[in-house]
Design a protein around this ligand. Sequence first.
Ligand SMILES: *Cc1c(COP(=O)(O)O)cnc(C)c1O
Length: 395
Amino acid sequence: MSKNVILPDEKGYFGKFGGNYLPENLKIEFENITQEFLNAKEDEKFNEELNSLLKHYAGRPSPVYYAKNLSEKYGADIYFKREDLNHTGAHKINHSLGEALLAKRMGKTKLIAETGAGQHGVATATAAAIMGLKCDIYMGAVDVVKEKPNVDRMKILGANIISVESGTKTLKEAVDEAFIAYSKEYDTAMYAIGSAVGPHPFPMIIEYFQSVIGREAREQMLELAGTLPDHVVACVGGGSNAIGIFSGFLNDEKVKLYGVEPLGKGVKTGENAASITYGKEGILHGFKCLLLQDENGNPANAYSVASGLDYPGVGPKHCYLKEIGRANYVTITDNEAIDAFYELSHLEGIIPALESSHAVAYALKLAHEKQGEKILVNLSGRGDKDIEFVLSIKE
Ligand SMILES: *Cc1c(COP(=O)(O)O)cnc(C)c1O
């Protein structure tokens, strides 16, 4: 499939980031997953099955759309890669289908996953349903209440929801609990991580499954605009949608890449989730990355209005791309994202997810500086899930 996916070294490092900090028994299982993935990646039948699902079930290829009204108003040519049009409403279905296929290939009968806002849980429950796998979703008790529509969806899809009562009862604890459960069940279950994070080989696996975004987008830009974009912009939570679109352009040195992190309410610890911008090297959930930390070096609480972005760590490949200067990492506040949410809705009739609105907001800023240039934005998901909340804070 993609020739552009930069693989980590044998131990799973991108530069000094990544790796695999796990107990010995899990290390062996993760080595099995690595081998199985490397075989699957070269297996024509596996790729055919995946591509067929992506096309006939998830609705790929997603279109690239030239946003004429926004372009006229802001003075640069703005294009959107429409991941919001995928089945289940975001890019997450790309890696969930891949992980479920890999689980089946390994003879596993269950998927175990964590979820924050419930988006990854819904995508995993969907993939489990179509593939005939059982599905356990770990979710913080606070999120179970807050994200009721997604909890209901997962239940309808046949997943088992485990409400996590420890700590702040949100995403970080959900990951901890899911991991403990997985370490007892890995003979029959597969962990289905929700972003380009976690111990090796998951960042590599997720990038591979998400690279379809960049591969399609590159071809579509050549077809639609007759040239590559000058700039590619994507929001960064753990980094899966961003690494997916970046991977299509990594070898095109003239194409500038921008990962947009959530600045939330401000620069203080606890007010944002901008891990690359404000994080320091540290280890979280079994891998090394730039990590938001409190004064004692513990993982800090992360915050963003977009719950899909509020993770204190970030994928190791992004830390590496930042270090070698191949990608730029910038920030957008809650308020800027909400303004962009309305701007895209009013001018183009597309309601974006609050996560994706961060990328849109940065693209509009960039347009001011780069008049006449071509900006491609990854629209990672649709905003149906955010409507009630946005209306509650601003009329
Ligand atoms: C989960 C999510 C994100 C953040 O995850 P990444 O792994 O950084 O892509 C972004 N956009 C949407 C719509 C999401 O659901």
